[in-house]
Ligand binder design. Structure first.
Ligand SMILES: [Zn+2]
Length: 86
């Protein structure tokens, strides 16, 4: 029982790590707030109201302006097409 629980925790932790390094879902097409098309960079971050949004640089600065766990992650499109946390 203990080992199964530990495996679940490790698996969840690794998945979180993966999400932190690369954005695994389909990237957002536009900013959730101002609808500016997302080209090569977006922010997955908490807004002033406490909800989360995919934001352009301008909206991220307005809503939050900080990077970190519980604040926002920045993703940049790479030459291989993957979106990497930068
Ligand atoms: Zn925006």
């Amino acid at each position: 029982m203990y080992n199964v629980r530990m495996q679940q925790i490790v698996a969840a932790y690794n998945l979180k790590d993966l999400m932190t390094i690369h954005w695994l879902s389909a990237p957002p097409k536009e900013c959730d707030i101002c609808a500016t098309p997302i080209k090569d960079k977006f922010y997955d971050g908490r807004t002033q109201h406490g909800s989360w949004a995919n934001m352009c640089h301008v909206c991220w600065q307005h809503e939050n302006g900080r990077l970190g766990i519980g604040l926002a992650q920045r993703y940049q499109k790479q030459s291989d097409g993957k979106w990497r946390n930068v």
